[in-house]
Design a protein around this ligand. Sequence first.
Ligand SMILES: *[C@@H]1O[C@H](CO)[C@@H](O)[C@H](O)[C@H]1NC(C)=O
Ligand SMILES: *[C@@H]1O[C@H](CO)[C@@H](O)[C@H](O)[C@H]1NC(C)=O
Ligand SMILES: *[C@@H]1O[C@H](CO)[C@@H](O)[C@H](O)[C@H]1NC(C)=O
Ligand SMILES: *[C@@H]1O[C@H](CO)[C@@H](O)[C@H](O)[C@H]1NC(C)=O
Ligand SMILES: *[C@@H]1O[C@H](CO)[C@@H](O)[C@H](O)[C@H]1NC(C)=O
Length: 331
Amino acid sequence: MCPAGWRLLAMLALVLVLMVWYSISREDRYIELFYFPIPEKKEPCLQGEAERKASRIFGNYSQDQPVFLQLKDYFWVKTPSVYELPYGTKGSGRFRLAQALAGLDCSSPCDSLKCRRCVVVGNGSRLRNSSLGDTIDKYDVVIRLNNAPVAGYEGDVGSKTTMRLFYPESAHFDPKVENNPDTLLVLVAFKAMDFHWIETILSDKRRVRKGFWKQPPLIWDVNPKQIRILNPFFMEITADKLLSLPMQQPRRIKQKPTTGLLAITLALHLCDLVHIAGFGYPDAYNKKQTIHYYEQITLKSMAGSGHNVSQEALAIKRMLEIGAVKNLTYF
Ligand SMILES: *[C@@H]1O[C@H](CO)[C@@H](O)[C@H](O)[C@H]1NC(C)=O
Ligand SMILES: *[C@@H]1O[C@H](CO)[C@@H](O)[C@H](O)[C@H]1NC(C)=O
Ligand SMILES: *[C@@H]1O[C@H](CO)[C@@H](O)[C@H](O)[C@H]1NC(C)=O
Ligand SMILES: *[C@@H]1O[C@H](CO)[C@@H](O)[C@H](O)[C@H]1NC(C)=O
Ligand SMILES: *[C@@H]1O[C@H](CO)[C@@H](O)[C@H](O)[C@H]1NC(C)=O
């Protein structure tokens, strides 16, 4: 070979070495350039499996229920509701609801995913020192509840949040601290005032202070594009199918599902695989044991909350037994 040929070969070799070095130093590039299959350590995901298993509890309910409320349904009065909040939108003021929905996006974050692996992260003290952070962050969809924090607890609870379910009284006052820039903030409405609250925040109208059992944020720094309103249908089937609560209740509701149980119901509809972490409470006799991973409160604080913790535990046990969900922490 002539010297020019050797030089060319040496150049090519150098380029190749540089490419390999560059792509190894950036793992994602490595895959793109060489199409080396990396061993998938994720759990196998079967499309529709979660909902199929859950149908033993929920039945084969209508698939065309939208996950989030959409303005078009209220323009055409397409879906008149049988129930009042929190199980439906009857009597909650269509105009007000439409105003709250105006300008909101209604798409689901996981529309583009083929098979969705989801984890619902509760607030239970079993998450403390669990080191589950990395495991949790690997799911396609991470659903969190209310004001449960992430900052400072990443090692145990992870840092990714795809969706956070909340109601005005449980909203974190500084949502940017505990969420990712693209986290969906999903309002769970318990009463008509909750629609009003989000409307005043979004359109910067005069805030209302009365009608809440705890002062919700009056200034709430969020991008309206990230706000959704959960279809109350999911609260309905949680109460009806999981807890067998009476649907036509008198004005004051005696018992209602927790956000956590609601989140599992939602996940079973939205996802193909559903795991839960940080659910469950300490035994009732253990009066000093704290119940949340982030604050020092005990079971006593649940009294008078309108939640029946032991009945919910039975419902979750049932879902574990039929394999609709799997627990990452002791339940
Ligand atoms: C739901 O549908 C599946 C398949 O379509 C069927 O096998 C199952 O028995 C149905 N379950 C109920 C509770 O109707
Ligand atoms: C968590 O770990 C810390 C430090 O190792 C320890 O002090 C604390 O008692 C542990 N907490 C629980 C709930 O196990
Ligand atoms: C706390 O987590 C439980 C699940 O363990 C959930 O049912 C409940 O709604 C949560 N409560 C708050 C205030 O976040
Ligand atoms: C909570 O549910 C359990 C089990 O269904 C039941 O035995 C108990 O009476 C309920 N407690 C209240 C306060 O309703
Ligand atoms: C799930 O809960 C059961 C108890 O119901 C427990 O035996 C099991 O270890 C838990 N799984 C994990 C991964 O913690």
